[in-house]
Structures are given as C-alpha cells and as structure tokens.
Ligand binder design. Sequence first.
Ligand code: COA
Length: 429
Amino acid sequence: MSEQQGQQPNIPANGALGNGHRNGSNGNREQRSSGPNGPAGAFSPRFAQIVGWGYHVPEKVITNFDLEQIVDTQDEWIRSRTGIEERHVAAAPSETSASLGILAGRAALEMADVNPNKVDLIICATSSPEHIFPSTASIIQDGLGASNAGAFDLSAACSGFVYALSMARGHILAGDAEYVLVIGAETLSRIVDWTDRATCVLFGDGAGAVLVAASDVPGGITATVLGSDGSGADLLTVPAGGSAMPASLETVSSGGHYIKMDGTAVFRFATRVMAEATRQVLGKAGLGVDEVDLVIPHQANVRIIQNSVLKQLKIPEEKVFINLQKYGNTSTASIPIALCEAIAAGRIKPGDNLVFVGFGAGLTWAACAIKWSVPIAKPEATWWRNTQRQATYQAAAARSMWKRAIRRVYSQFPAESRWGGRKEEGEAG
Ligand code: COA
C-alpha cells in the first residue's frame, strides 16, 4: 500500500531550489562553497526544505477486535486509553524495516522528481533495525540505487525521525549535502511480545520518508530542539540482544528480546516533554504558540497529545494532526506518515508554520519548527516518467545482484591470487 501524498514541489529543472543544487550533486562537492561556511564574499544563505514525501504501510491490518482474540483486552479499553482502533502489521517475511523504507523512500523521491543517484545522504531512524549492523540505511541505499549516497541509522527511538531531520538540516546548512533522504522505518511487530497486552496493543508497522533539499528559498526547517535523559533508560527498552545482555537461550526464553515498558512513567514523561519541547522550538524559531498552523505530534496515544499540546499549550484541536487511530504507534514512522496524510488532507499550505514534536525511549525528545515554503502541486505521472522510474529501480536491483555475484566468484580464489600476491591495504599478516 504505497502512497505518494501531496504534490510536486515545483522544483525548477534548472535548480532554483538552492545554489548548491545549481552546482549539481555528487561529484561536485568541491564546488559547494556558497553555504554559510563558504569563503568570504561567496556568502549566500542556504535553507533546508522538505521537497518530497511518501510512506508505505503493510497491507495486513489488525483491529482491536482481532487483538481481543489474542490477549485479554477489549476494543473499548484500547480505544478509550489510547485512541488506537487498528494498526498495520508486516505479515510477510519479505516485509522488513528496509523493504518498507525503500518503498517510502521511492515515493518521496518520486514526489520530488529526483533521481536516487542525486541523494548525498540517507538517514534511517529506526527502533527495529534489520540488524545490529549493517545499518538498515545501507540496505535501503542499495535498494534505492542511491549509488552516490552515504548511509547510516539513527537510534533515538520514537524521537528518531525529528533527530534525523535535525541532522539533515545540519548537513545541508554546512554545505555538505544537497539532498538528504530521511526515513523512519519500523517493523515493531517483530519485537513486540504478543502475549503482553500492556504493549502489543500499542504498536504498528510502517515507514515514512521525506527528501530534504538545499534551497535558497527562505524557510524550511528553521529550528530544532533535541533532548535526552538517560536516567530513564529502563522505562522503555528491549533489554537483550545488545552487548549489555547478549542473546542467549536464557534471554530468548525469558523474552528479553521484546519491548518492556513502564507505561505510566512514560506517559507522565511524554506529556511534560511534548509541551516543553514545542515551547522551546517555537522560542528558537521566534514564533508564538498562536502563530502555529499545524502541530504534527508523535502518534503514540491521543491522551498524551490532549494532555500536552492541546491542554498545556492551549493549541486548538483543528491545529493538531492525529491519525494514530489507523496506525497505532509506528515509532519513527509516525510523524512522516502523519505529514503525508496531513498534506493529502489539504491541512498544509505554503507559508504555514509547522511543528513536529516527538518523544521516546532513551529517554529522548525532539521538536522542529518548519516554515513550509514549497508549493503543493501534483507531479505529472506520465507513462514515460513511470517507465523511466521502473527502469531505474530494475537497474539498481541488477547492479546489486551483479556486485554480489562478483564478490561470490571472487571469494572462491585464495587471497594471494586475488591480489596478485600483494596484501590488500590494511590486511593483517
Ligand atoms: N487491555 C485491557 N486492560 C489493560 C490493558 C489492555 N491492553 N493493558 C493494561 N490493562 C489494565 C492494567 O492491567 C490495569 O489493570 P489493573 O488496574 O487491574 O492493574 C489497568 O488496565 C490500568 O492500567 P494502566 O497502566 O493504569 O492504564 P493507563 O491508563 O495508564 O494506560 C497505557 C496504559 C500503556 C495506554 C498508557 O500508560 C500509555 O499510553 N503510556 C505511554 C506508552 C507509550 O506511549 N509508549 C511508547 C512511547 S514512544
């Protein structure tokens, strides 16, 4: 169920989005001297604009009534305590955080009409990575055919997407990147204990992505606030499987590889930091609470949103976007999925002041203020453009397979013959 919400941001073909953009992307890094850190006399302000967006959720939907068949719970309890009605779950083994992230990333690139090989950096925020390493971002990079991109995962739990936006903004303002693809991708259903009613009713799977581009159009991501309080690390955790408690028969039999949570403590923390972080980021952006057009909060629990953004900040309901009833808490994917749906629902227009605010394990919290500056216009989905895109994806898959095949063949030969008797640089012995 792929979605390319919202519309083509009218990026002029000649690159009117930014000076760096005009210089082209990869291969032109040495020319990118016009950022705030550029040489004297070449100063030209850069801005970090969201120019593409998209999401993907698995087909399979599990309703609260379905959960009644699995654990001792009731639709009424879940609805009244959380606001959640259903969630999407990655039922097929082929649906992983990376595969969902690839589809969301493609949708964001298509929305912006930017070729994957133009992307300089891919940041995947995830709480359910494919592996401890390699990074899910690298697998996504390969799947997208983003052959000129660096890639890394960002671990800040449900605050991760806003953390990643902050990193993207930093790279762009420093002149180090023209295009950064920021993805939140989750298959939390794989790390949820389906016998624990206190957690399994809360989470869902999905991925959302935005393409952040260098621009000389004022606005975009204007301010960010990042926070952490590791003294609360034990309140929301997957205790086993890392270096502190390596996976063993014992950790698996005791369920140490599942999400453990003190729900009440997390609730209390969340209501406090959501309001505080929103206030702080608005202060940094020089905005008053009444100047906000739309808040997109992390979609964990409707009561958290009500008790923080609505009650403490007195932001009216029509200025807060909520879609958690359909998806549950998709962790890092919740804000980008909500952004896509808000755009599709006509809730965002150029000139709007937006706030994204999230919280999560760590404990962490994060907020960013955005002056939405790109027009919302539908990209033309011509037959030729679609064919080109499909060819790009097939070429990426073929290139990846070819590289793997070459490595397999190569690995059949002893190291000496591989390197003509020479040791590879850095090779021991
Ligand atoms: N169905 C039915 N009853 C349930 C239940 C379920 N799925 N889960 C818990 N209960 C029961 C509890 O056992 C408890 O029963 P008891 O009073 O007999 O002991 C009762 O409901 C109340 O539990 P409580 O934990 O006080 O409920 P709550 O109103 O605090 O809501 C959460 C629980 C988890 C929904 C809420 O604390 C929460 O949302 N916390 C934040 C979690 C979160 O957002 N985590 C992700 C962060 S990114």
